[in-house]
Design a protein around this ligand. Structure first.
Ligand code: KIV
Length: 263
């Protein structure tokens, strides 16, 4: 059986083998991912792929706690990070209250917070109070309404400098790792070279210390749109639809249940 990682071994993985992170939202899939994933992220992306909402902004703490509990139950031998949803960390006190709620009610090993320089004080406060924090810089899905859309970061030298400042601030605040999302690959690589904690990329190229993908994207279950950085490792939606169609046909034609499936 694999050895469960912790914040120390995650930090120590820097410069060695890339970290494998994947999102998980329930016990069923978490159990299936456990063998191959180093880290499971209960991302607020569940608000889109599972709850059918248009973005992550309306996810609630209750929702995240419910899903995190389930993931921890399904994959008790894997490091689990719970995404702090929008509006639950507007200041350091509120952030600590809500992160403690996550720790109290789930077995999550860490929380994730979106933001760089502007969230450094909050990250430092959580860290000082015993909460393990994964940072998240670059394209910030929770800022989508404020920014008017999703946009790749690091295209100008000003943006590249700002990203580097964000990365340094998150590192110095005490985060044990950080997600870098939607960033030009050369900038993401430069960030990874300049910080001592693992940088886990999503849409950030291969010059970083690990990768994360949203599971419903990489399994081809979420069909609405596929960003350029997503590789589909299976055609999940087609397989599911085909199986359900076959079931429906067999029910209608009374082929199912056969003798084999009857008491
Ligand atoms: O919510 C999520 O799934 C995430 C990943 C995109 C990193 O934050």
């Amino acid at each position: 059986m694999k050895k469960k990682m912790n914040t120390a071994t995650i930090r120590q993985s820097k410069g060695k083998e890339p970290l494998v992170m994947i999102t998980a939202y329930d016990a069923l899939f978490a159990r299936l991912f456990e063998e191959s994933a180093d880290i499971l992220l209960v991302g607020d992306s569940l608000n889109m792929s599972f709850a059918g909402k248009k973005d992550t902004v309306s996810a609630t703490l209750e929702q995240m706690i419910y899903h995190t509990e389930a993931v921890c139950r399904g994959a008790s031998n894997t490091f689990v990070i719970c995404d702090m949803p929008f509006g639950t960390y507007p200041n350091k006190e509120e952030a600590l209250k809500n992160a403690m709620e996550v720790y109290r009610r789930t077995d999550a090993d860490a929380v994730k917070i979106e933001g760089g320089v502007e969230k450094a004080e909050t990250i430092a406060y959580l860290h000082a109070n015993g909460i393990a924090v994964c940072g998240h810089i670059g394209l910030l899905p929770q800022a989508v309404r404020g920014e008017g859309g999703y946009r790749v970061k690091g295209k100008s030298s000003e943006e590249a400098l700002a990203l580097m400042r964000d990365a340094k601030a998150v590192e110095e605040a005490g985060a044990f790792c950080m997600v870098v999302e939607g960033v030009k690959s050369e900038i993401a690589e430069e960030i990874a070279r300049n910080v001592s904690i693992p940088v886990i990329g999503i849409g950030a190229g291969k010059g970083v210390d690990g990768q994360v993908l949203v599971f419903s994207d990489m399994l081809g279950l979420f069909e609405e749109f596929t960003p350029k950085f997503v590789k589909r490792y299976m055609s999940g939606a087609e397989l599911v639809k085909e199986a359900v169609k076959q079931y429906a046909n067999e029910v209608k034609s009374r082929l199912f249940p056969s003798e084999e499936h009857t008491y």
